[in-house]
Design a protein around this ligand. Sequence first.
Ligand SMILES: Nc1ncnc2c1ncn2[C@@H]1O[C@H](COP(=O)(O)OP(=O)(O)O)[C@@H](O)[C@H]1O
Ligand SMILES: [Mg+2]
Length: 332
Amino acid sequence: MKADGGPLMQLKDLRKSYRLRRSLAERMRGINRTVTAVDGVSFAIPRGGILGLVGESGCGKSTLAQMIVGLLAPSRGEIEWNGIGLSTLSGDARRVYRRGVQMVFQDTHSSLNPRKRIRVILREAVIARGLSRSAITPRVNELLGQVGLDAQLLDRYPHELSGGQRQRIGIARALAMEPSLLVADEPVSSLDVSLQGQIINLLRELNETLGLTIILISHDLAVVARVCDQIAVMYAGRVVERGTPDKVLTAPVHPYTQALLDAVPRGLERRGRQRTVLPVEAGETPGGCHFRRRCIHAMPECSDHDPELETAGSEHEAACLLVRRLNQASPK
Ligand SMILES: Nc1ncnc2c1ncn2[C@@H]1O[C@H](COP(=O)(O)OP(=O)(O)O)[C@@H](O)[C@H]1O
Ligand SMILES: [Mg+2]
């Protein structure tokens, strides 16, 4: 589905740092410690598609997701929604935004209230959307149908449902708000592989039938490879490669994406070469490319140069000195 009127959302140099807890000695010496979870992310989210955001645990995916849905304020940068900066929204406009951008979480145990029956959970969501009394029950039934569940589940409590059913309820509750963007943060990571496929297919179905734009977040490249129209690969708070799946998955240019792909055991075609990343001790990489200490292609210049995304072909971008070299050798 192609968009009219530009992207749904534009992320502009988004950054988020967390302040870490300090030891007594650090407090006495006035030392502050911070961790930069998202470190300058810029890209457009096209309308009507499924964007996959992938990267290993701790690379900043959830932090980025929480900024997108408005749960966390960026330390720097801006999110534009239909061309308007989120930081400029106030009151009603902010509420409209928060309703229009919904999130689905990995952990359905903590995201659904264990003391409420499914009927109550869904009714509350529908009421929050402002439906009239007579419209509530039909809408709850409609939502259940949209996520492929039977009305007999309505009288159960969340713990009486399977993990897959609970995740469907989480999705139905988000849909109750009639969002235009759904951010699904590791929605299938706690499910068996067979159930994972069903939930991923449901997301694709909702994307197609409702025209819902979806950001699908996973640490598992095989999950995003199945349904996404666009894939963004994150490493250490930055997007290192971005593009359509046929580019990112079959012709990756960033050494990190190449290593991720080599780690996928099934479901994707195995590649000829085996690449791995080098092990690295924890800690910040001072200056230069964030990946360089784990990169098998690292060059001395990678220490001075923090690469930005640049074109690696049509609908394909990567942040790597190798790409820049190629572009300089044969300018497009
Ligand atoms: N509330 C927080 N306080 C301090 N550090 C945090 C907080 N949330 C996340 N972090 C740190 O930020 C980095 C990115 O975390 P996160 O966004 O959860 O990554 P991901 O979702 O990709 O696993 C990690 O180093 C994590 O430890
Ligand atoms: Mg996360």
